[in-house]
Design a protein around this ligand. Sequence first.
Ligand code: IMP
Length: 439
Amino acid sequence: MPGTCVIGLQWGDEAKGKLVDLLAPQFDLVVRYQGGANAGHTVVAGNETYKLHHIPSGILHSQVQNLITPGVVINPSTMIDELDALEKRGIACGSNLRISERAHLVMPWHIVEDRLLNKQHVGNESIGTTLRGIGPCYRDKVGRTHAIRVADLVNGGRDERIRAVAEQKIAILRGLGGSDEELAQLEPSVVAERAAAWAERLRPMIGDTTYLLLDAAEANQQILYEGAQGALLDIDHGTYPFVTSSNSSGVGVCAGAGVPPRWIDEVIGVCKAYSTRVGGGPFPTELEDATGERIRKLGNEYGTTTGRPRRCGWFDAVAVRYTARLSGVTRLALMMMDVLSHLDEIKVCVAYDLDGERIEQLPTHVDALRRCRPIYETIPGWNEPVDDARRVDEFPAGAIDYVRRIEALVGVPVGILSVGPDRAQTIFVDSPVAEAPLR
Ligand code: IMP
């Protein structure tokens, strides 16, 4: 069966890029289907570190066809920088990368709008977006009137369309408090000139991805769908309003990629052995103490896209059980196990206390989630490093117990364990060597 998805089960940054890069050689196509330059996927290959924002992680493998499908929002300028950076390092992007004409463009006014709106609070907290114009671009996509699609970039009427939208955007953003300086960058002639350069550079890669994907699925080709962000940031099913503007859980794959559910048969749910979150919003297991700081330091928990320190906390099994079910996860990839070594004890949140009542479901309303106090189970830590382990039977007993407990609490078997950033630091539990200790 042809379709495998890689979905983040927490609030993003679960090291999905590493996994996709590792799995990519087994696939004919790698598909990026939602989000945009708010995503930052770090891939370490040999001595090289690649930071990708739009381009699927499969680009590092020359035989893989990479698709950016209709659900993605593309910042053309960032995309071109990414292409240039890859090419400088000898990684050619040409016919191995196809960008859907149906995808939408993050225009310069979206960035300004994101900045202006992000200063405003929802309740008493800012959403703390990545300031990449993601929300405003998706809003225009749904609103239609001001949207600009990739197809518009290479179409005859481009300049007229851009000019008309730019004029309206300047008026709207002035009303929102935009400064003369930032609005000057949105002048129709300025944006039209930039758009001409974007079109020239991106034209060879622009085309229809939908037929290509359907043809590939129907021909039984192996397709990997690369999710961005994490399921708790899903616009419909996440910790709204502190979410991103796309369907980042497993339910978003079909709509974003343009593929029917019948062609998807495996969903790998990626989560860290602990939790992190960037930006605002409730985070019941957050640690604002030395342990949280230690996790941040050892896990290098700073945003790939924004450099912001990530909030760190214990593994939240209530949240991950929810997102694993919602995403139809068939096996878990448990990442960053190495970061938890040498702790005396490790806590896992197994339920919440909400106003004195024990609950095991993620509450819908953000205010209720804020009032949730984690109910922890304490598991003894392990005092040996795991970063050199290449098989599960090389894990200390404590680490094996921890993995088993996560499997039981989430209700899905762990198929992959990661013990460091390098490709080699990955253990496939389903392989015959590693199978025994966990099952
Ligand atoms: P936006 O996607 O830039 O609108 O940001 C909305 C929320 O999602 C903010 O809390 C961001 O920090 C978070 N977010 C967006 N993209 C990512 C990501 O790739 N990793 C982690 N958090 C993200």
